[in-house]
Every structure is written in C-alpha cells, then in structure tokens.
Design a protein around this ligand. Sequence first.
Ligand code: ARG
Length: 420
Amino acid sequence: MSGLKIRVNSEIGKLRAVIMQPPGKGIERCTPLNIGSFAWDAVPSPGKAAEEHRKWVETVRSFGAGVLVFEDLLREIFALPGVREDVLPSILETERPCVTAQTLEVLREYLLGMSPRDMVDRLFFGMTKDELNRETGEVSLHDLADRRDEWCLFPMTNVLYSRDSAAVLGEGVVFGRMLNRDRMKEPACVKALFKHHPLLKDTGFKTWYGSAEGDDRPVEGGNIHCYSPNVFVVGVNERTHPESIERIARRTMESGHITDVLALLFENPRLGPQDSIGLTVHVDMFLNMIDHDAFLFFPYIEKKITVLHITRGRGDRLRITRENSLFGAIRKVLKLSSLRIVKVGGSESEAVAFAEQRAGSGGNTFTLEPGKVCIWDRNTGTIRALEKAGINVVPVEADELVKGGGGPRCSTMPLWRDDL
Ligand SMILES: NC(=[NH2+])NCCC[C@H](N)C(=O)O
C-alpha cells in the first residue's frame, strides 16, 4: 500500500487504511484459572478465533480498505538490520519490575537468537521463567525461587483489540499507556512500527502522547473518539488518566486543529471482574458515532456519566466547564440542530440490552463510512434498531472474538479515513 496517510478526522469518514491483528499465539495461554488476569470473559478456542478473524479482515478488505496486519508489520521491521536490537529493550522494559536484570538480559539474548517470525510468536505467547531456564539454564536463582509470579515474559493475549495501544487523532498519534500487564508491551511495538516501518515512518505523523518526558499515565485508544477535525471525545477512568487527557488536549490545541474536547467521567462500579471488562472500561463499549448526526448508545449508563467540556483557556491553561447533558454537549460541539440516537438492544427489554452490551459487545460498532457499520452478529436487537434507523449494517460472526470483552471497533485501529 503506497501513499499511506496518517489522517483520521472523524469516526465515520470512509475508511482507507486500518491496522488489524488476529488473536495470535497469546490466547493459547488462556485457561479457566487465568482468564481473569488476562481480562478475558471466557477461554477462546484458538482455531475458531483465528478463522473468525480471517473472515473479519476479509469483510473490511472487501469494503475496499487496506488492512495492515500488526504481526506482519512487526515481522517486517524485525527482519531489518539492527531493528530488533533497537526496539527490544523498550518492548521488554515493562517486564523489568517483575524479573531480575540478569533474567531480563538472558531473555533479551534468547529472543534476539530467533527468526523474526518466531520472535513475534514468542512475544505473544510469552515465556515462564522455567521455560526460559530450560532453554538457557541462565535464569537467576532469585527468579526461579520466586513462586509468586511464573512469567518472565507475560503473554500478550489482547493484541486482537488493536484499537487500544494507539489512536490516530487528526494527523498525529496517541501512543497508549496500558493499565493491564498483558497489554503493556503493545504500545512499544506500535511505536517501533511508526519508527521503523517503511510504510509508516515517513508519513510525517505527529506524536500527541507517549514520547515526551512524563507521558507515563494510562491512556487507551478505546477511550479516544475523533468526532470532527476540531472535536474529540475521551473517556476518563482508570484506563485513561485525566492528566494524559490534559496533555493530549493541550498538544492537539497548540499544534493541531482541536478546539473542543468532551471528557466523559464514568463510574466503574467494579462489581467483579465481568464488570470491569465489559461495561465501563472504554467509551466505545457504550457510545459510538455511526453517522454525521447518529450515535449508538447504551442508555443505562447515562446517569453515571459526568461531562466536562474542555477548551483553550488563558496562556497554556485549559478551561473546563461542566455540561448537564451528554447529547446536548455533543450537539453543541458538533454544531448540529438534532441528533439521532439508536439504543443498544433496540426496543427489546432492559435484560436484552444488558445481555447484548455485556455479552455481545453490542454497543461497539465500527463505522466503515457514514451510516455503514460493522457489529458482532449475535446482537440481533441492536441490529434491528440500527436498520430501523436507516443504518447499513454489516454483521460479523464473532463468537470467539467477543470473549475478550471487545467488539469491532476495539479490533481495528484506523490510520486513514477520508475527510468528511
Ligand atoms: N476498546 C475496547 N473496548 N477494547 C476492549 C479491550 C478488552 C480487553 N480485554 C481489555 O481489557 O483490555
């Protein structure tokens, strides 16, 4: 794909290029005992998940968009001279608090001895300290004796949800900073792609977050939504820290075209692992732009959202005002006279709405072009409601892909959309 642009000025402009990633080797590590720590709802079947993903990529390609596959891009840069040596230390950095310096060095050397293909698989599959010691005999006694944590390379089981590790906003990139251990290596991999991959490195992209001193608070792409060239909407919770948002807001206002940011503070009731996965982790689980004036929304969360409107203040200060109504604020910043709201679950009962939002990621749609959205096919109530509202629906089979608590938007990272 030559002439690739890094340019996303809305959630809905016709999709030109996107990064997607199959579930990968990491999910082979999921068991009923550890899925909670990997943030999966249920153990996926690796073969079926891969097959579903193959069809999902086919759907996006047949729409006409270019799909770049994350693991292919990684293998391509790892095959370039000197790149693995350059990027591996930063990819492994997040393991440092969990292993001794000696073990980390042994791990680095072990990975460098692999082919680019095997190295990517190994990064995803992870490695226990015992596994590394069987291969090398050089893991430190300290690490082998510490039974609290078996991993020296934590598996990457959520790479499928490529949305979260970075987000393109205008002509710049927000590199994520992940909260969960199994996702912490993802942003370093994406950064490596933007630094070294021939398709990406010369695109002239700006970096909004993730490179400057102090950019070390969490931020995840599922919380960042670009509504127009000058408006973005962002979720504030444990996955996306207010300080990260202030930094991104300042930078995009100073060196980009952003004038208005809506920050949505939402509760994470943390009723249990299920709750922290499905309901409230990212804005894209309950609110998605599907057309110029239309949104898919899970209404039962509305009362739990506080809306803060951020604009430029005096000097380098931000001005923040509280808005009383979510959709009132959206209408105002988008300068629209009215909005169309489609409800997750449609006119079905509250129980159906919850089931679709929670078990089907039914609030999570991916817009291919204005008024045309992809949704996991099990969300029949939501699909009916979208169709009734005149939205063109592309249902995607995803009984395995849904088990990690994500939907079509989570599993796509758009690089380029047409301007509206
Ligand atoms: N943008 C999203 N909604 N992503 C969903 C990610 C789900 C994944 N299991 C996690 O907890 O990180």
